[in-house]
Each structure stands twice: as C-alpha cells, then as structure tokens.
Ligand binder design. Structure first.
Ligand SMILES: Nc1ncnc2c1ncn2[C@@H]1O[C@H](COP(=O)(O)OP(=O)(O)OP(=O)(O)O)[C@@H](O)[C@H]1O
Ligand SMILES: [Mg+2]
Length: 284
C-alpha cells in the first residue's frame, strides 16, 4: 500500500539542497581587518553576480554598519521577540548586499523555546533561496560567542597579519577549533602584508606549527591583502575600499579573493546551507 505524503513533507522533498555558502571571517587577535575583509569580499562577490548577506556577529564597536555608513534601526533581538520579520531587520547595503545588524549575543538564540525556534527556521528557509553567500563577521578571539558562529559556518576564513601576536593568536584559535570542536578545515588570509613573499611566509609559519602539533588539519592559502593606505582612507570615509578606490592595490586583491572563493568547491549541499547553520546555532 502506498501512502500519500503530507503537503509539508512533499514540499520538503521538492526543495533542492541548500546551496548557500556560509562562511565566517574570524581571527585570534582583534583589529587585524576582519570587518574590512567581510565588507570588501561581499562587494567583490556581488560584482561577480552573487547574492550576499552579511551577518554582523561582532559585538565590538567597529561594526560593519559603521564601515558601510549604514544606520540599522533593528537587530536580531527584534526578530527573536517576534516584533519584526527577517526582512524588516535586514539593512540594504551597497550593491544589493543585505546586512543583519549586530545584537547583544548568541545566548538568546539558545534560550528560545522550541516553537519559536521552528518558526524562525521556517522564515529563514524562505530566505534561503534568495541567497548565494552568508558571510559572518565574528569578533576576535576564542570566546563562546565567536566559537558558536565559527562552528555554525561551513568554512572559516582566518585573517592574520604578519605581527607575531596575530600569528600566535590565530594558531590558538585554530587549535581550539580543531581539538575541542573537531573543525579541521581553515582558509587562511594574510592581511596588511608587504607582498606575496610576506603573505606566504605567514601562511607557512602557521601551517607548519599546526602540522606539527595538530592532527589532520587542512589549511588553504586564499591569497593575500596588501597593507594599503587607501584602505585606511576609505574607512575614514565610511566606505569599503573597493567602492572608494576600485583600482587600489587592496581593491584588486579583494576581487581576486572573491574569484578564488568562487573557485573553491561548494560543500553547502553536503553539510551546509543557512538551514543547517541555524540548526546548529539553535541546537535543534
Ligand atoms: N590591508 C590593510 N591596509 C591598511 N590598513 C588596514 C588593512 N586592513 C585593515 N586595516 C586597518 O585596520 C583597521 C581595523 O580593521 P577592521 O576593523 O576591519 O579589523 P577587525 O579585525 O574587524 O577588528 P575587530 O577585531 O575590532 O573587529 C582598519 O580600520 C584599517 O585602518
Ligand atoms: Mg570587526
């Protein structure tokens, strides 16, 4: 005897696996350039026809809305309390990029009731199809808030500068992710470097220490972003360098970075997508 599936089950079966790539941009040390990387990578990806949502998960002060000159009215708290819908809390940034403004933390997500969690998932599900990338700007370090988002993402881009403290803190973050949370894949992005030689030296140093002390770690080199005065100037104008100075050296490397990321395999249908990330975040 065959049974007719319920309408909800039929809809779920029809839906293709999520292809949204969820990537966190993170670092051990603060102030290394994460927020700038997120903003410019988002613009680079948008220029390549990708639909991008930025989730500002950094609870610090230098947030993505400040960098992009946006003025968000609401944040995720309003979504969780049911006062606003997802569409209402999102802010439109340059090039059609959507921004989810920062809120006080992830703890409130974990504290939601089951029906609230499921309601949220349904709303996010609808959004899933209108998106190619979700970039998460995390805070620095190894606090539980940062870890939450890094665990929920499929890919982690670790931003690191040539400063010794930045390299040791990046290693500390990678070590905790690998040993405590079994996350073994990392994309490394040297920033504020003097050129390719320095970028590769930073990568090699990090990779060799990780290889020596951690089991089955995989680190990929994503290219690099040079130290560039125009990036500092753009920040002062509350603009991403890619918009303020499109021909600057750093702007060109952000375009290359976006292309490099598009070339990497999309594992979203296997272990990712927005729904999967939310399930992990909400611990369903
Ligand atoms: N490639 C670069 N060239 C020159 N200056 C840079 C570069 N990248 C970042 N900076 C400078 O570093 C500052 C900090 O960058 P950003 O706010 O993106 O770091 P962050 O890692 O997000 O910091 P936080 O940990 O506080 O969130 C920028 O305002 C800019 O002045
Ligand atoms: Mg930041």
């Amino acid at each position: 005897m065959t049974t007719t599936p319920k309408p909800k089950a039929r809809a779920a079966a029809r839906r293709p696996p999520s292809a949204v790539r969820v990537m966190s941009v993170t670092s051990g040390k603060g102030g290394v350039g994460k927020t700038n990387v997120v903003a410019n990578l988002a613009i680079g990806l948008a220029g390549l026809g990708q639909r991008v949502l930025i989730w500002d998960a950094d609870l610090g002060l230098a947030n993505i809305d400040v960098l992009l000159g946006l003025k968000p009215e609401y944040n995720i708290q309003h979504l969780l309390s049911g006062e606003k819908t997802l569409k209402e809390i999102l802010v439109e940034g340059p090039h059609g990029i959507k921004v989810m403004p920062a809120s006080s933390g992830i703890q409130e997500l974990a504290n939601l009731g089951e029906s609230q969690k499921l309601g949220l998932l349904t709303e996010l599900d609808e959004f899933d199809e209108a998106l190619d990338f979700l970039l998460i700007d995390t805070g620095a370090g190894i606090s539980s808030n940062v870890m939450y988002f890094n665990l929920a993402a499929q890919d982690r881009i670790v931003v690191v500068t040539p400063e010794p403290t930045s390299i040791t803190d990046a290693y500390a973050l990678i070590k905790v992710m690998a040993t405590k949370y079994q996350r073994k894949r990392f994309m490394i992005l040297p920033n504020q470097v003097n050129g390719e030689g320095e970028a590769k030296a930073v990568f090699k140093l990090l990779a060799s220490v990780a290889d020596k002390h951690l089991d089955s770690i995989s680190m990929s080199y994503l290219g690099f972003i040079p130290r560039d005065e125009r990036m500092i100037k753009a920040v002062r104008q509350q603009k991403a360098v890619l918009d303020a100075y499109p021909t600057a050296e750093s702007s060109r490397s952000f375009v290359s970075l976006a292309k490099a990321i598009l070339r990497t395999p999309n594992g979203a249908s296997l272990d990712g997508g927005v729904r999967f990330m939310w399930k992990r975040l909400l611990r369903i």
